[in-house]
Design a protein around this ligand. Structure first.
Ligand code: UT7
Length: 322
């Protein structure tokens, strides 16, 4: 049986690091409030002129180097993003061009903070159905460009960055001992569009700004994230006890802790990067995978559960053996 196995991982963060204290001059807030309510201590912001496709390309190059695979050997690129450089063409085709590829196919997936989980599930489906053998899956965002700098409830929470993995078709035995993606679980419910959205697009002719009812999103997050993680583990024929690492979407340390608690997984088996990156939307999981591997946390053979929720609402989870 064919499995989609992670062959390489990499990330890129823009140079500019913005500590919480910088926001004290912009809105009525404090380092103490941001740390205690979200767990965030700093985040990276892209430079003027540095676009999502630039971040995505750097992360892709790092993942290809880690996989020791040449860009010419990739047959599909999927970029999860809600902050494309332009409405079209896709960021994925821009990355394809930047990597010097003229073959294969590339497209974006837009499921906001759940985007990378959706992109992984799509890449897995392409590989299992024989439509692709090596897929570059990228999460890349420049959410700093969507901020309303007068809204203290949102502008302190988000950051920019990108992460990527190379997935490759690999023969497995069909058991849970196989490396690669073992199960996926995707969900959305459009009734909740008003609690997290960007107020721009073709309807306004502007890019718009992020609007969020934080408390409401928070309320949905812990319940839905633990449910989807359990659902994916169930589909794989595994339980929480089998989990080596939860690699969650990094929105808020309290959501990360609450979800781990409901899954009965101790925090020393959770990869946490929210303090350094803030919420980077679709980039947060591949960033955490890359940092988790670099820290020596995630090792070959480990069972990893990723889970994310964001605007839509859209949420989901992927169970994979590293
Ligand atoms: O990635 C997509 C998914 N997004 C999320 O998962 C985010 C989910 N939500 C959250 O992470 C949290 O709800 C927040 C971090 C956004 C807010 O934390 P909270 O504990 O839910 O605070 P709150 O919104 O209930 O606000 C508490 C108080 C309010 O003041 P009053 O009304 O109690 O007087 C806010 O006005 O904190 C105030 N506040 C702030 N104070 C200082 C809100 N933002 C700030 C701020 N600095 N930056």
């Amino acid at each position: 049986m064919i499995r989609a196995v992670v062959r390489g991982v990499g990330h890129y963060l823009p140079d500019r690091v913005v500590p919480n204290s910088e926001f004290e001059a912009i809105v009525e807030t404090s380092d103490e409030w941001i740390r205690s309510r979200s767990g965030i201590e700093r985040r990276h912001f892209a430079a003027v002129g540095q676009m999502t496709s630039d971040l995505a390309t750097r992360a892709a190059q790092a993942a290809l180097a880690d996989a020791r695979i040449d860009a010419a050997q990739i047959d599909a690129i999927i970029v999860a993003t809600s902050t494309p450089d332009l409405t079209f063409p896709s960021v994925a085709t821009m990355v394809q061009n930047a990597l010097g590829m003229t073959k294969g196919f590339a497209f974006d997936v837009q499921a906001v903070c759940a985007g990378f989980v959706y992109a992984l599930a799509n890449a897995n489906a392409l590989i299992l159905s024989g439509q692709a053998t090596r897929v570059l899956v990228i999460g890349a965002e420049t959410f700093s460009r969507l901020m309303n700098w007068k809204d203290r409830g949102t502008c302190v929470l988000f950051g920019d960055g990108a992460g990527a993995v190379v997935l490759a078709a690999t023969e497995g035995t069909g058991t849970t001992a196989d490396r690669g993606i073992l199960a996926t679980d995707l969900n959305s419910d459009g009734r909740y569009k008003d609690i997290l959205y960007v107020d721009g697009g073709t309807s306004t002719g502007t890019t718009g700004h992020l609007v969020m009812e934080g408390k409401e999103v928070f309320r949905h997050a812990i319940e839905k994230l633990s449910e989807t993680a359990h659902a994916a583990l169930d589909k794989a024929g595994l339980t929480s006890e089998d989990v080596d690492w939860i690699v969650p979407h990094q929105a808020n340390i309290r959501i990360i802790e609450g979800t781990a608690k409901r899954m009965q997984v101790p925090m020393d088996r959770v990869v946490v990067t929210v303090q350094d990156h803030g919420n980077t939307s679709a980039a947060s999981i591949p960033l955490a995978l890359s940092v988790g591997k670099a820290r020596g946390q995630i090792k070959q053979g480990d069972l990893v559960v990723t889970e994310a929720i964001g605007g839509g609402l859209a949420w989901g989870s992927v169970v994979l053996r590293w």
